[in-house]
Design a protein around this ligand. Structure first.
Ligand SMILES: Nc1ncnc2c1ncn2[C@@H]1O[C@H](COP(=O)(O)OP(=O)(O)OP(=O)(O)O)[C@@H](O)[C@H]1O
Length: 397
């Protein structure tokens, strides 16, 4: 059945506005071009189609029920734009023969049914407190209509207090949802995955406070629509903080894995994080900037400058479990041979090494922590240039 759908070939000529276009469906793509020169050929992979909808006749009165136009249909799709952004586009097509319309709509809709990862019921959390406090407006402007076009049923949950999203996820049934998403920043995303992991612990009778337990992985996919100040997790995943791009990725059910790090004190699990844990400069900026929330995202510039000027270094001692004796000089990047060899840990002789002294900051980053302010992420050379030789920088990516 699926192969029959995938092998379908269609060729027709449609009216698109004032121009006539020839359009062909073949081998998982549709290609269209003007019948008359100049040629403007477009290729659209079927997986980039959001939905295919019948056209509607113009109603003469708002109380009238909308009637399907048998001679028109619309293809809603996504197209890759500049700088990692995705754009929403649509193609309106008309034909004098209603049979042509029915054939194209049915065939394309059957194709779309094969994409099983696309969500149908989405639980969407909105944090009205983070960033510029405009998360609801972001949803209304960039999310609502696109989810509607995609035929996704959205259940909105606007958070009323800190940790409400986390508590909701721990305590409520999620059976009716096939995906979760949020409009918010890194703190909101953190509430979601902390809530999901603790929920799994509760369901599987795992004690999250036992450091020797392996924490269970939540299976439900999580979408992130940037609506915070830094939005580093969204930026690292999508390469941009553009909300439309995020909404389109959620619609298509595209996913990547995200590692989480658990942080414990002597007694219990403190929290899980996906971006960065920091002691020293960055930790202080994150902590103190919260009292300047009224400044919006500029609070980080203000606090960052203040803390940089006041910085005299932070005393500390770090123990690192590593095979190398030169732990202070190591810089890991993508495709790092050292990380590759450490995956085969049995061949490597790991020992504890300690580094102590005054640090500018000590950070444990799980992702590059790139954001629009710092597109290269946490970058060691950049930090060294800022602090000169005053203090050490501990950074482990
Ligand atoms: N209704 C609410 N009132 C107060 N705080 C809330 C509310 N809802 C969520 N929060 C908390 O707001 C905090 C900040 O939100 P968020 O992280 O989304 O924005 P941000 O700090 O501006 O962005 P970023 O973390 O990307 O810099 C989160 O830690 C979350 O727990």
């Amino acid at each position: 059945m699926t192969t029959d759908i995938q092998n379908a070939v269609l060729l027709s000529t449609f009216q698109n506005g004032k121009r006539k276009i020839r359009i062909i469906l073949h081998q998982g793509s549709i290609v269209w071009d003007n019948v008359k020169p100049p040629s403007e050929q477009n290729t659209l992979p079927i997986e980039n189609i959001i939905s295919v909808q019948n056209g509607y006749l113009r109603s003469t009165h708002p109380s009238e029920e909308r009637q399907i136009d048998p001679n028109a249909f619309t293809i809603h799709y996504a197209e890759r734009g500049k700088r990692a952004k995705w754009l929403y586009k649509s193609l309106k097509l008309r034909h004098s023969d209603p049979f042509q319309i029915v054939t194209w709509v049915k065939t394309l809709q059957n194709h779309l049914k094969c994409f099983k990862k696309r969500p149908k019921h989405l639980l969407l959390f909105v944090n009205p407190f983070g960033g510029k406090r405009n998360a609801m407006q972001i949803y209304e402007k960039y999310g609502k209509d696109l989810f509607n076009i995609a035929g996704i049923e959205v259940t909105l949950n606007v958070s009323q207090r800190k940790d409400q999203i986390k508590d909701f996820l721990i305590n409520h049934s999620l059976d009716m949802f096939d995906a979760i998403a949020c409009v918010g920043g890194d703190g909101t995303v953190s509430e979601i995955f902390n809530g999901l992991v603790l929920r799994e612990c509760k369901l599987k009778n795992v004690d999250p406070d036992d450091i020797n337990e392996i924490l269970p992985k939540p299976r439900i996919p999580v979408g992130i629509i940037p609506g915070g100040s830094t939005d580093t997790i969204a930026y690292c995943i999508h390469g941009t903080t553009d909300p439309t791009t995020a909404v389109l990725q959620i619609i298509f059910g595209d996913s990547v894995g995200l590692d989480l790090v658990s942080v414990y004190d002597e007694h219990s699990l403190l929290r899980l994080y996906a971006s960065v844990l920091s002691y020293g400069y960055l930790g202080d900026v994150a902590y103190h900037s919260d009292q300047y929330r009224w400044m919006g995202p500029h609070r980080y510039d203000y606090s960052g400058f203040k803390k940089l000027v006041m910085n005299k270094g932070y005393q500390g001692e770090i123990a690192i479990h590593s095979e190398s004796t030169k732990v202070e000089e190591i810089l890991c990047r993508e495709n790092c041979s050292r990380c590759e060899s450490s995956k085969k840990a049995c061949d490597v002789d790991f020992k504890w090494h300690t580094v102590s002294g005054k640090f500018f900051m000590v950070s444990g980053a799980n992702i590059s922590c790139a954001c629009s302010r710092s597109p290269k992420g946490i970058y060691l050379k950049h930090i060294q240039r800022v602090v000169g030789k005053v203090c050490k920088t501990g950074l482990f990516i």
